[in-house]
Design a protein around this ligand. Structure first.
Ligand code: GDP
Length: 296
């Protein structure tokens, strides 16, 4: 798992706090300065860092903490609690439509891991007893359709495709109709991404969303891209409206910025974390567990 350098830094800060008996306001201030530096170096959004540090500081200089026998431990606990809160406090489950099939529309930039994540999510749902259908709606990236068919095949999940000569809105509609006919309770749409956000891509995604009315629009973002991932999330949310985020590549050399900022900036929950290239490398995102990983 990533976050090693951030974890090391927090461990050092916590050691320093634990060593002290009584804490002065200046001690708390100094520790918060270190926390701030650590988070900024981990590429956490500046505003998020400011609010986080302020919340921890305010709670830490309260009488109850300062006069306790172990103020250092109290401050550490406050950091933990605020970090959990920053990432959404509780896990957020997917919602399912009362009238199947539930449609999940997956969006994101090319290379973020969207196609892989479609399959991972389908695999996870299949394990839970659902009968998912994958739908290949990316007609632009060479080999995207083939890739979805390959990963779907590995999981024993059918893939709906109409090739690359049809309009993605029509493909999405036909996929849902195919899902109804074949008693699928979930349809996952793998939509097109580009290397950068552009108008044509957004218009296409808006059209699919309007015509299909998916239960959830899930944005797949590469956690390794740090603050860029957060900017991408903000833009997609503004232009299309998203219901949740799936962070990928949390196994890589990520500094933690995206995981810590995305919820606070977009107000949308992180629903899953992907932690490797294998099709089973997907986990439900738990703010509490992620905090433990980050803080060590
Ligand atoms: P798309 O263009 O967004 O559809 O991206 P792909 O699904 O083709 O994934 C791009 C690359 O990222 C592939 O090489 C994937 O194996 C890799 N990838 C996707 N998710 C993860 C992840 O969680 N961890 C790692 N290490 N690699 C991933």
């Amino acid at each position: 798992m990533a976050f090693e350098s951030l974890t090391d830094k927090f461990q050092n800060i916590f050691q320093g706090l634990k060593k002290k008996g009584k804490l002065s306001e200046a001690d708390v201030k100094a520790a918060m300065k270190e926390v701030k530096m650590a988070l900024l170096e981990a590429d956490v959004n500046f505003k998020v860092v400011k609010q986080f540090v302020e919340a921890v500081r305010e709670r830490s200089i309260g009488q109850e903490v300062m006069e306790s026998l172990t103020p250092g431990q109290h401050v550490i606990k406050i950091v933990q609690e605020e970090m959990v809160r920053l990432m959404g406090a509780e896990k957020t489950d997917l919602s399912f439509s009362p009238k199947p099939p539930t449609v999940f529309m997956m969006v994101g930039l090319q290379g973020a891991g969207k196609t892989t994540t479609c399959a991972k999510l389908a695999g996870l749902l299949k394990k839970q007893g659902k009968k998912p259908l994958l739908a290949a709606c990316d007609i632009y990236r060479p080999a995207a359709i083939k890739q979805l068919q390959v990963v779907g095949g590995q999981l024993g999940i059918p893939v709906f495709s109409m090739g690359d000569q049809h309009d993605p809105v029509d493909i999405s509609k036909a996929a849902v109709a195919h899902g109804v006919q074949n008693h699928h309770d979930v349809v996952i749409l793998d939509t097109a991404g580009r290397l950068h956000i552009d108008e044509a891509m957004m218009e296409e995604l808006v059209a699919i969303k309007e015509q299909i009315g998916p239960q959830e629009v899930l944005l797949v973002v590469d956690a390794m891209t740090g603050q860029d991932a957060v900017n991408v999330a903000e833009t997609f949310n503004g232009k299309i409206g998203i219901d949740g985020v799936i962070l990928t590549k949390l196994d890589g050399d990520t500094r933690g910025g995206a995981a810590l900022s995305v919820r606070a900036v977009t107000q949308k929950p992180i629903k899953f974390a992907c932690v490797g290239e294998k099709l089973t490398d997907i986990e439900v995102f738990h703010p509490q567990r992620m905090t433990s990983r980050i803080l060590g």
